[in-house]
Design a protein around this ligand. Structure first.
Ligand code: COA
Length: 373
């Protein structure tokens, strides 16, 4: 088995963004309208009045201040409250393909590689734009890579699962080099009318290039010392969207096919699961957690990230040890930990140890331990 490296990362950030204040202003207009339309029911006690949201709550509960989105107008239009995305013909590139492609090109460029060097493309993310053909095969063709491509979905942990799949593939010699691409259009599965979660998600795409250490030339490469994955079934983060929705009798409620969660339970159950996974993984690799220079954690919630890092380190992490991109990007599902990696790795020096750790629905969690070349 040959040692493998992450030799380049890429990031696509949609140019549009929405601040908490803009989001809350729209949500609260929706609440006023709903409450006035249901005034009689609310007065009679048969309808529950909706309560307003607030920017202060959002920052305090999550650390999120804004989010990038593929469409602002639809989300901020109280009559629509969802992104409006032009339907494209079968001959046009899909939106996920476009976003993933931009990230992939940057990863290739940073690694000093061209599409001809890649023969495995994995799209690893929470939602696919269609059933088939696989998004990865479309991106493979758009890049001009030979070999093979496939999609995988392990929710917010998808990038870590994709990195393990790619690392194993390259280690075994099944592919010379592999790209793991995570295009996330979270705004499309977010319920913008649910106060408990309307602020949580944003859109972005990332890419990670994996190749053998012996052929990697990028000055920024990280040797993968080990990967470890864990899953444990839970209904606490769920989205019932699927190909049988139209066939189901009776039909599901409109909001059952969007993201919904028991946020408190997720917090309580995922923090120990993820910190124990990282501690065990580091222990088995003979790495003292205190020697880890950087944690690129899934960006779900600031409190959650801090607590996970604290359990691993045995003390509060500082912003350099566990960088945060949540404030600008919100939760971008599988892209989050890779965005943190992409933006905050250049200062690490040869021999520094770092961990990328992603977690989410499933439950699912993955840890990737690396050493800076
Ligand atoms: N504005 C103002 N108040 C709000 C609000 C909003 N947008 N949303 C909820 N509240 C209120 C609640 O009604 C509740 O009021 P109460 O105390 O009177 O009942 C109070 O604020 C606390 O709500 P709660 O849902 O318990 O907040 P929280 O501190 O648990 O934070 C999350 C909510 C979702 C941010 C948090 O649970 C979380 O991040 N969990 C991790 C799960 C996660 O990130 N999953 C993503 C997939 S990996």
């Amino acid at each position: 088995m040959k040692p493998v490296a992450i030799s380049g990362t890429g990031l696509y950030t949609p140019p549009l963004s929405i601040s908490n204040d803009e989001l809350v202003e729209c949500y609260n207009r929706y609440v006023e309208r709903y409450n006035s339309e249901h005034a009689d029911g609310i007065a009679a006690g048969s309808v529950a009045a909706l309560a307003p949201s607030s920017s202060e709550f959002i920052v305090k509960a999550s650390g999120i201040r804004s989010r990038h989105v593929v469409d602002r107008e639809g989300v901020l239009d109280v009559d629509i409250m969802r992104p409006r995305i032009r339907m494209r013909g079968d001959e046009e590139p899909s939106l996920m393909c476009e976003m993933g492609l931009a990230a992939a090109h940057e990863a290739l460029e940073r690694a000093g590689r061209t599409p001809a060097d890649i023969d495995c493309v994995i799209v690893a993310c929470s939602n696919m734009q269609r059933g088939y053909p696989a998004m990865a095969v479309e991106i493979q063709q758009a890049l001009g890579c030979t070999g093979y491509a496939y999609d995988m979905n392990v929710a917010c942990a998808s990038a870590a699962f994709g990195i393990q799949a790619a690392a194993d593939t390259v280690r075994s010699g099944s592919a010379r080099a592999a790209l793991v691409i995570s295009p996330e259009i979270c705004s499309g599965h977010l319920n913008w009318r649910n106060r408990d979660c309307h602020f949580i998600f944003g859109d972005a795409a990332t890419a990670v290039l994996i190749e053998p250490m012996e052929t990697a030339t990028s000055a920024n490469r990280f040797e993968i010392l080990g990967t470890r994955l864990l899953t444990q079934f839970s209904n606490n983060i769920r989205n019932n969207f699927g190909f049988l929705n139209e066939c189901e009798v009776p039909q599901r409620r409109w909001d059952d096919v969007l993201f919904h969660q028991e946020g408190r339970k997720v917090f309580k159950e995922v923090v120990p699961m993820v910190s124990e996974l990282m501690l065990a993984h580091l222990g088995d690799l003979g790495v003292d957690p205190q020697a880890v220079r950087r944690f690129w954690l899934h960006q779900a919630n600031l409190g959650m990230n801090n607590l996970i890092a604290k359990r691993v380190l045995g003390r509060e992490p500082d912003e350099i040890e566990a960088p945060v991109i949540l404030d600008e990007y919100a939760n971008t599902s599988s892209a989050g930990s890779v965005i943190a990696f992409h933006k905050y790795h250049a200062d690490l020096t040869a021999g520094d140890i770092a961990v990328l750790c992603a977690f989410g629905a499933g439950y699912s969690a993955g840890s990737v331990v690396m050493r800076r070349y």
